[in-house]
Design a protein around this ligand. Structure first.
Ligand code: AMP
Length: 514
């Protein structure tokens, strides 16, 4: 049975209720086209209802966590929606995470259910060890235990009553300590941000979003999907970014969202032409800095000015260049409606526009804190609700924000964040290594490339570059693995004994030629 508006209106605080209220009145209207298969809004409604039933019949109750490490599929999106619907907390895990990383997340979040790929023995063992009540599988085509159990469930499930501050999702984000922290996002946070983006970017039911982003990160899961779901629109669904398939699909899309690496890869293909992009009304970029050269090259090639926006896991989107008006290359635009920004100095004093300092943001989009880390939350959020982003910025005329650096040691490679400390800890444990420093160096494809500078024991020629890389690859997600390893007799330090990463970056200049 298709959803009814009465059911929806009874619980407006549940983001899923709001999504249902925006669904096309015709239940067979397409929501998602994945290869040769099209899923209607009704299919989404029924699948998410069935999944919600399987989870709650399995004993899960409001506030329980559902940790999910599966390949991107329409069903994985329906599973996220099922969690919203049932008041459960969705916890996506990067598919690249290895045993230790999964173990930390599952141990920390204590999910009542874990959904993983059928072949993911390690994840399954970890789930059982940490006491998950339900361990279910979902393969890349959406099949597995969950799908099987769902066929026997009724395709109805009224969205559970939640309060706006109930947590809807926890997304883990790495910290300078090297241990990921769980950012708690409430229904209010997700709804406020989704609505701000839908309105600011002019989404309507006529839009067709080409979705090529991963689903375990805020960009692909929230930014892209919420714009579509809150506008009653639809999407063309790719399992992953694939330059050829994106170019072939652009002709049927009205909006495309990507990280800068997607844009440089698209530009490397001569088939990216003005004609192919003619039907697209909006190209959005974020998660890492879009170089002004990329912005210009894309405009020359396609006639489109990429709209760059800025956000983070803890806050959703904060600023965006405008849909109408000047899209200023090298800036991330003014704050979105409902979001305030300010720049402060080291003492926390607010600086005048034009001065460089720490960017702070406030609004309903700002998260509810780090899971089970109140002290950490108190360090990053001021008493009056300003989140200290860790990004250095300047506010220019017209309120446009320009990011000028990062106070933290973060590397962003192909849109993924890597905290050097985590990789350094793994390398430092290798026999024969005295210490290491991990830095990001400019890379023509990834934006920045993870690079390890290693001080080995004197007179040793082991470990060598391949063995350091293999050691890290066995323990951390692929995107965290150094692309190159450089050996030095010792690491440069300043008077305070702090490793001089700026000098290392200068010494390693040109390691990744264009
Ligand atoms: P994440 O939590 O993975 O979304 O990463 C958030 C970080 O990505 C921010 O704190 C910024 O440092 C960076 N970031 C996001 N969008 C942009 C952008 N448009 N330009 C530069 N950096 C960005």
């Amino acid at each position: 049975m298709y959803f009814t508006l009465d059911r929806v209106m009874s619980d407006p605080a549940n983001l899923f209720g709001l999504i249902l209220s925006r669904a096309p009145t015709v239940a067979s209207a397409p929501l998602l086209e994945a290869g040769s298969r099209t899923y209607a809004w009704r299919d989404m409604d029924e699948a998410s209802a069935r999944y919600a039933r399987v989870l709650t019949d399995g004993g899960l109750r409001k506030g329980d966590r559902v940790a999910v490490q599966v390949e991107k599929s329409p069903q994985s999106l329906f599973l996220y929606l099922a969690c919203l619907r049932a008041g459960l907390i969705y916890l996506p895990m990067n598919t690249a995470y290895r045993g230790e990383e999964v173990d930390h997340l599952v141990g920390n979040a204590e999910p009542a259910a874990v959904v993983c790929a059928p072949e993911a023995e390690t994840t399954r063992d970890i789930a059982v060890r940490h006491g998950a009540a339900l361990v279910l599988t979902m393969d890349a085509d959406g099949g597995g235990d969950l799908a099987e159990a769902a066929t026997a469930s009724r395709p109805e499930f009224p969205p559970l009553e939640v309060s706006p501050d109930d947590v809807a999702a926890i997304l883990y984000t790495s910290g300078t300590t090297g241990r990921p922290k769980g950012a708690m996002l409430s229904h209010r946070n997700l709804t406020a941000n989704g609505e701000a983006l839908r309105r600011s970017w002019g989404f309507t039911a006529d839009d067709v979003l080409l979705h090529a982003l991963p689903l375990f990160h805020a960009h692909g899961l929230f930014v892209a999907c919420h714009c579509v779901l809150l506008a009653g629109a639809r999407m063309l669904w790719l399992p992953a970014f694939d330059r050829r398939r994106v170019i072939e699909s652009l002709g049927r899309a009205t909006v495309f969202m990507g990280v800068p690496t997607y844009y440089t890869r698209l530009l490397a293909d001569p088939d990216l032409t003005h004609e192919r992009c003619a039907g697209v009304r909006l190209f959005v970029s974020g998660s890492a800095p879009l170089l002004p050269e990329t912005f210009e090259a894309f405009r020359r090639r396609t006639g489109h000015a990429i709209l760059e926006r800025y956000g983070m896991t803890e806050t959703g989107m904060n600023t965006s260049n405008p849909l109408r008006g000047e899209r200023r290359a090298g800036t991330v635009g003014p704050p979105l409606p409902g979001v305030s920004v300010r720049v402060t100095d080291e003492t926390g004093a607010v600086l005048a526009d034009g001065a460089v300092g720490m960017l702070e943001v406030r609004g309903d989009n700002v998260f509810s804190g780090y899971w089970r880390m109140p002290e950490r939350t108190a360090l990053d959020v001021t008493a009056d609700g300003w989140f200290i982003t860790g990004d250095l910025a300047v506010i220019e005329d017209g309120g446009y924000v320009r990011l000028v650096g990062r106070a933290r040691d973060l590397i962003i490679t192909g849109g993924y964040n890597v905290y050097p400390k985590e990789v350094e800890t793994v390398i430092d444990a290798i026999d024969g290594v005295v210490e290491s420093a991990v830095i990001g160096l400019p890379h023509p494809d990834f934006g920045e490339a993870v690079t390890a500078v290693v001080h080995r024991l004197a007179d040793r020629d082991t470990p060598d570059e391949p063995s350091v890389i293999a050691h890290v690859r066995a323990r951390l997600a692929d995107y965290k693995v150094p692309k190159r390893v450089v050996f030095v007799p010792e690491l440069p330090r300043n008077a305070m004994g702090k490793v001089q990463k700026t000098q290392l970056r200068a010494d390693c200049e040109g390691l990744y030629p264009a």
